[in-house]
Design a protein around this ligand. Structure first.
Ligand code: ME8
Length: 505
């Protein structure tokens, strides 16, 4: 079992936003989960430096583009660790290993006869870093995403013969109905292909910032022809002396948002075929996380950078909110106040209290000792584990988290229904009381393992409080996993009450 996951490599024309953190964080959940299932995993992220917009920002700041990129790469490199995302490699398109590989990759396409020279005369949106047709613009002639007029470009370029790949792409889509998820994105990509493909320019003549083409050093690679290749190039130099392509190509899953669907679902598979590579195994196209800015002031003051939420609530709470607040795959409008609400109601009350009351009862009624006793388990934990794993295989991140949370709530209801404080009144119920306490600890142990990919700090704390093994192997999501132990102590609150800074508006 091998699992290679990529995020887009982000543009460095400004610093990271909560939207970039969103893709990286959800990607981390997916990778951590596969690792728990025993997969050999590789998680790649990085930055896209050779964009026209990056070059322009550097110029505005009076810096050489490389110097500018070196400076701004720092906060980007910190993005994954800030979200507690464990990436295996952080790629920069200015890495020597990447640059050398892109030249080799494009040369292969050239040698295969899929590149020709022509004059490009048309419109270019620097925001999108994409060529635009008139039909793609608003009635006023603006880019619909950036609401600025595209620029007229007329220059000699090299073109990639994308049109020659239409039939092969359609055949690929027909053979592999799960190539692109969710279904509605598959349909969007397939109908774009079926509508006819235009060749696209893969070089820029008027820009010095970029990777020179191997067959004509007067031109640099178009930023997308450079950036997409990162998904393969990283495998050739991330571990010096080792070629990871043997392990991880083509078992790759690309994670991206809908803004860059065409580049990934149409251009990229065609480029791979042209260069003699297998197309990716799967692409998951998620929606936009939209923040309702008006609500920001209500609880936190209006100046907070959403990424700073981690400083207030902790990383796990923000991770939880990202997976839960909007249904992964769809667009959704989330509010920052939602972080506070979910922190209190779900993390502190549902999960935190379950741990507190469970450990408190083991202390009060059994002096900290856990015995198996005799009581029917309230949850089929293996079935839950299978459901969660199936959902995560389909990238149903929100559904998986909801399924685990149903388990958390079921354990809370079990406490109410079995009322251990009543059982404790009569020694005749001793075995039943042991069994009920055991089922709570057992359920929490399995649920902590299931939650570890979402809440990587909290899950080990739960296991430690219950004096259970720290092993996160997925086979532990089952009934009867908890060991009989002694010395359980009352747990400290997992999610303590937060004192919010006074709102400024
Ligand atoms: O497109 N909601 O870089 P980029 C959800 N360099 N996801 C969001 C988001 C939001 N509000 N904002 C950003 C590029 N994203 C190219 C990619 S890949 C070979 C080259 C995430 O900095 C989402 O993953 O514009 C989106 O696709 C990506 O950031 C765009 O990042």
């Amino acid at each position: 079992m091998r699992f290679y996951l990529t995020t887009p490599i982000y543009y460095v024309n400004s610093t990271p936003t909560i939207g970039h953190a969103y893709t990286t964080t959800i990607g981390d959940m997916l990778v951590r989960h596969q690792r728990q299932r025993g997969a050999d995993t590789f998680f790649l992220t990085g930055v896209d430096e050779h964009a026209t917009k990056v070059w322009r920002v550097a110029e505005e700041q009076g810096l050489e583009p490389q110097e500018y990129a070196d400076r701004i790469a720092v906060p980007w490199r910190e993005l994954a660790p800030r979200m507690n995302a464990e990436v295996d490699f952080f790629l920069r398109t200015s890495d020597e290993g990447h640059k050398a590989f892109v030249r080799e990759f494009l040369q292969r396409i050239y040698d295969n006869g899929d590149v020709y020279e022509d004059i490009y005369a048309g419109l270019y949106c620097v925001g999108c870093e994409a060529f635009k047709t008139e039909e793609e613009l608003t009635p006023d002639g603006l880019c619909p995403d950036h609401l600025v007029p595209p620029e007229w470009i007329e220059e000699k370029n090299y073109f990639f013969r994308l049109s020659a790949y239409q039939d092969r792409l359609l055949a690929l889509y027909d053979e592999r109905p799960d190539l692109v998820l969710p279904d509605f994105r598959y349909n969007e990509a397939r109908s774009f292909i079926a509508g006819g493909l235009r060749d696209f320019s893969i070089s820029r003549a008027g820009q010095p910032w970029g990777i020179p083409l191997p067959w004509d050093e007067s031109q640099v690679a178009y930023v997308w022809a450079d950036a997409l290749v990162n998904y393969v190039s990283a495998l050739t130099y991330a571990h010096p002396g080792e070629d990871l392509r043997d392990r991880f190509w083509p078992v790759v899953h690309h994670l991206l948002a809908k803004d860059i669907l065409r580049f990934h679902c149409v251009y990229w598979p065609a480029m791979l075929l042209a260069a003699g590579y297998e197309p990716p195994k799967q692409l998951f196209v998620h929606g936009y996380l939209l923040l309702d800015d008006r609500k920001i002031s209500k609880s936190l003051g209006n100046a907070i950078d959403p990424l700073e939420l981690t400083g207030v609530y902790g990383v796990d709470a923000v991770r939880y909110w990202m997976a839960r607040a909007i249904s992964f795959g769809h667009d959704g409008s989330a509010s920052i106040d939602g972080v506070q609400e979910r922190y209190e109601n779900e993390l502190a009350n549902d999960l935190g209290n379950l741990l507190s009351r469970t450990t408190a009862m083991v202390v009060q009624y059994r002096d900290g000792s856990l015995r198996r006793g005799e009581a029917t388990a309230p949850l089929d934990l293996s079935a839950l584990g299978k459901d969660v794993a199936d959902r995560l295989d389909r990238f149903d991140v929100t559904g998986a988290l909801v399924a685990i949370w149903d388990g958390v709530r079921a354990l809370n209801q079990y406490v109410t229904a079995e009322a251990p404080w009543q059982l404790a009144k009569d020694d005749a119920n001793a075995a039943k009381l042991d069994g009920v306490l055991y089922n709570l600890v057992d359920g929490l142990t399995a649920l902590a393992v299931a939650l570890a990919a979402f809440l990587p700090e909290t899950a080990p704390r739960i296991l430690e409080s219950l004096r259970q093994s720290a092993d996160l192997g997925w086979e532990r999501v089952r009934n009867g996993v908890a060991e009989e132990v002694d010395g359980i102590a009352a747990a400290k609150p997992l999610f303590p009450k937060i004192e919010l800074p006074a709102a400024t508006a």
